[in-house]
Design a protein around this ligand. Sequence first.
Ligand code: SAH
Length: 372
Amino acid sequence: MTDRAVAAETTPLEERLIELIKLKGPMTVADYMADALGHPHDGYYMSEQAIGAEGDFTTAPEISQVFGELIGLWLVEAWRGMGSPEAFNLIELGPGRGVLMADMLRAARLRPDFTKAAQVWLLETSGRLRHEQQKRLRASDVKPLWADEFADIPPAPSLIIANEFFDCLPIRQFQRIKNGWRERLVGLDPDGAKLDFVKGRTPPPAEYQLPDIAESEEGEIFEVSFAARDFTTDICRLLAEQKGHALIADYGHMASGLGDTLQAVRAHQYWPPLASPGHADITAHVDFEALARVAIDNGAVAHGPVSQGRFLDRLGLSIRVELLCKGKALTKADEIRAGAARIAAPNQMGEIFKVLCLSSPSLPAPAGFEDL
Ligand code: SAH
């Protein structure tokens, strides 16, 4: 935790967005999210120390090294299941501070031919985080390459990892009115002084396939992430042509449904999503059912989702934890066990976080998904 001051302040990005809205009218929640997180100068991931105990939020690999180690061993198994290709892409989407990749590579070292065959690709928009990733991976046996866009990565057999990446992809929101749907937009409050939610004037196009109005109540919200769908389409087109798997871990729901899941976090506390854009992390729950449907439509297979706790248990979490604790001082061993409990216990991250695996149709289900 951190004790840095967290009073809401008007940010340069907010001032710019207010001017833009005065000029052009309200913007979609997706455009707002994209700017708040990814604006080249004032976006949150570009300018803030976001991740880790000193930052605003923490993630499973930052909490426990066991997360990355188990996934590293999973990757080696998955690679063997692909026929141990002599050259393949090991791609991470949104690698944050590079901790997960470093832990995965350390565990995978037990099969040097895996490491030798891997071309590590990191898809990262933030220059600041790229720099951290570079520093952290300097000591590893691989020479990573960075990509701005998924399409920039040359096609090859691929293993893809995305932890807490899909939750920061922009979503659009639609609100049920009396007899239909209207887009929920970011506009201005009545004084024109602050950002506020407003309703769109025209009904959204039918192709958005919003839920039947008979199955929803007035005021309810339905979310769609076109960005997440586009990423999934690109991934699955690759998996339909080249052997591989994509492991997606995130918080979200198994089945598509109604509900407002847009949330912001600052200094490990919830924060109003429209306050101080650029200074807080903004995310939304991942709709795993929507991703699985896109996968099937694009020639891939979807395994799961399974809860993160169950997935990690199936990969041997408790054995790995006890191995790590062996010979350690009691306080250190307690710390290791507490970290593992945090990422896997149902009342912590074990249940709300899910793991989905998208795979080439020719491959058997990978470890952890065999009988799902
Ligand atoms: N996977 C890491 C970090 C999660 S934070 C972890 O588990 O700790 C989200 C990451 O995705 C950050 O590195 C952020 O800069 C990156 N990111 C967000 N949107 C992106 C996009 N559209 N393309 C590439 N990277 C993106």
